[in-house]
Design a protein around this ligand. Sequence first.
Ligand SMILES: *[C@@H]1O[C@H](CO)[C@@H](O)[C@H](O)[C@H]1NC(C)=O
Ligand SMILES: *[C@@H]1O[C@H](CO)[C@@H](O)[C@H](O)[C@H]1NC(C)=O
Ligand SMILES: *[C@@H]1O[C@H](CO)[C@@H](O)[C@H](O)[C@H]1NC(C)=O
Length: 500
Amino acid sequence: MPVLDNLNVRAVTVVATVSVSAYFIYRKIVEPLHYFEQIGIPGPTPVAFLGNLPDLEEGIHLAHVALKEKYGKVFGLIIGRKPQIVVCDVNILQKILIENFNGFCNRRGFQLLPYDNLKYGVNTLRDREWRRVRSILMPAFTLESCEELAPIIAKSCNILLIKFLQASYTEQALNISSAMNQFATEITMVTLFGQPGKLQTSVNVRPDKLTIAINSIFRVPPMTSLLILAIPPLSSYLLKINSTGFRYLESVCYRAIRRKRERIAEKMECQRDLLQLMLEADRNGKLNDTDIASQSLTYLLTSYHPLKNGLCFLVYLIATHKEVQNRLIREIDENLPNRELPTQKEISKLVYLDAVIKETLRLYPATFIYHREAVEDCSINGFFFPKEVTIAIPVYAIHRDPEIWPNPSSFRPERFLSDDANSARHPCSYLPFGVGARACMATHFVTMIFKMMLVITLRSIKFKTVAETEVPLSTTSLASLQPMYDVYLGIERRVYVDSI
Ligand SMILES: *[C@@H]1O[C@H](CO)[C@@H](O)[C@H](O)[C@H]1NC(C)=O
Ligand SMILES: *[C@@H]1O[C@H](CO)[C@@H](O)[C@H](O)[C@H]1NC(C)=O
Ligand SMILES: *[C@@H]1O[C@H](CO)[C@@H](O)[C@H](O)[C@H]1NC(C)=O
């Protein structure tokens, strides 16, 4: 009976196709949506394909604050199809970041990017390799190293001051975003390669190839970070956006490293910059050119955004808090009255300045989120953390937690002035640079740039709000936490200014 046979075959094919598709749909689309139900972690209900991406639309940092209110201090999100456990509980974080650090030492770095030269960066390396490279590099990032780089940083700050003084004559609102963008680009380059900056003054000069390349890789398109989380295979495509710029930077890095190695071999005097410090830190020559280039490119990619945005937040807060600005100016005038370039040591004595920087980084932590993953399945305080599932540490939400920081949205540097308050604070309640063995290596460095910028500029000018200044500031979270719109401020010369 061939007819029946045919029918049978067709039926079997249809049934098989339907079941395979159903199984596939279940495994790939439905099952991931129930992931957190199965392990008993609360969270908003995800939708197919997008997961909880729609819940993050208003900005990841703001969503974390709202979701914590609703679901408690540990909740789950599905980003596309990938589960992520968000932990706002400082006691659990203490176990993850400090006490049981070895169980959570890895994080997502630049593994997803199509550039081999980023794979050996401290951000990305895992386990033993990470430990090895980090311990070799640590001496390049100490306070003493900051002292060595202080002169080149001060030079860039002086150029920024000249720009501020020019704005004070024209009495026009200054585009602070643009000024800090150029300043941060220049600082990143000058600290790494020791290349003297023409960036800030290059309005009429044709920017050189390096500047163009740097600007092209710094222009991370909006939403990229979210999309990469959601659809890892797309990340190569998305971030290949300017590989020309990146390849050029790679070649600049390798050339600079080779030149430095030659000069070191011939015992010639070398420019003090981060590249030099890293090569010197590697006393026994354990790191090859790829390793060093990887660290350099990682530094370029990770420091620019937080630096630029941190500086914008800092001057915005000072302009909007006159009493803070006046007290800062008094401290600077009393302690560093002369017009010499201040040293790192002199600057580190200014306690109010330190408190202002800390409070700025609390309110607006440019790095508003970190990631870790468990090496093995484990349970902490009743929550299950499966192996290799991303754990998100929502720095912004922790910094705005009223249980830890009373009146969290007000700017009060005094919070950081009393030693008692500082020592009573939970070690995981303040995380602008992370904490524990995987904390940011460049902490002293970034802090010094902020401080140097304020000391040098506030000796001559004051920041003030103008009609164009958005108060309060709205923020958005892309590559880092940043002001939603460009920041504009007025610049006023301080009356006594003689000549500079
Ligand atoms: C202000 O600076 C930002 C950042 O450089 C730039 O994108 C924007 O176009 C500038 N605004 C104006 C009005 O020039
Ligand atoms: C990529 O960078 C190169 C130079 O580094 C530049 O000429 C080019 O315009 C950039 N392309 C895009 C799409 O930004
Ligand atoms: C440099 O060292 C890394 C390991 O740190 C290794 O994977 C790589 O192959 C080395 N590169 C060269 C050119 O020797």
